[in-house]
Design a protein around this ligand. Sequence first.
Ligand code: C2E
Ligand code: MG
Ligand code: MG
Ligand code: MG
Length: 300
Amino acid sequence: QAKHKGRGRFEVFNCLMHQKARQTMQMFMDLRLALQRNEFVLFYQPIICLASGRAAGVEALIRWFHPAQGMVSPGEFIPLAEETGLILPIGRWVLERACLDMLRFAEDMGFSEPMMVSVNLSAKQFAQADLYEQVEAIIECTGFPPQCLKLEITESVIMENAEAAVRILDRLKKLGIKISIDDFGTGYSSLSYLNRFSADILKIDRSFVSRMHLGGENLEIVRTIVTLAQAMKMLVIAEGVETKEELEALTALKCEYAQGFYFAKPMPLDQLQGFNMFGEMEERRGLSGDRRGRLPDRRK
Ligand code: C2E
Ligand code: MG
Ligand code: MG
Ligand code: MG
């Protein structure tokens, strides 16, 4: 009797596994075709300079418009793309698209220089032997000014092979681009390495920013990361700011930049063009004048 029940349970489990595997296989096949079918789009989320209230740049965030499922978020397909190696052609596309989009945006808006744009790199992309050559080729082909391009690499990916990371980051920096350490605080950085990475920016992970205004551990972690960044002559960006209270707590800690739904959600390029990126914050903070914010060069 019990044995029979057990087997039944196993069969249900087996069937669920089978279904999951089929779904994954289907997604892999669809993902393989997504590039040639032009199903990817980059959304952009403004990064706000807290002192001026102006946008200092944007982060490019990929979206997949699946013909049947509609919009699929990167959390759902980037891990599979990473596992299967599809992330390499997708990543190349993202880098080139971000540069081209920002050039068009600058032209449409009448800017003399494109906005600073951040592009995320996953572990496999960061480990590519020809990453430097790839970035160099895209900068050359698009004519994008390298000082307006920033690569975001998560703390855990950098720390996975810290010695190699020191070398590749040094090389990338020679192209004139900027480097951000993404999701900072969630990995295990050794402080001695942090100083050897030629990174320009620390991005404080959203998990610490959320509810930091209530005090306690999160507030102290954010305070420590801001102090650390200043000591290391790096700029600091708080991710995932959702409320006015969080913004006020960040301002009190002299955090320099912030990003989050409180300011703006990631949006397609045409909305970025229609959206008064600077006006809304200026109104909020009573600012006017030059509408362009820039990430300064603290590290030279
Ligand atoms: P990330 O680089 O840490 O990006 C921040 C994520 O937080 C984005 O999710 C963004 O939409 C979300 N976010 C921003 N503000 C808020 C907020 O106030 N509240 C909340 N709850 N979320 C907020 P998204 O776009 O789903 O991307 C998730 C992750 O997928 C990214 O994390 C990044 O690691 C990866 N990813 C996105 N685009 C790309 C890409 O083009 N290439 C690679 N390799 N990875 C990407
Ligand atoms: Mg990022
Ligand atoms: Mg992040
Ligand atoms: Mg993240």
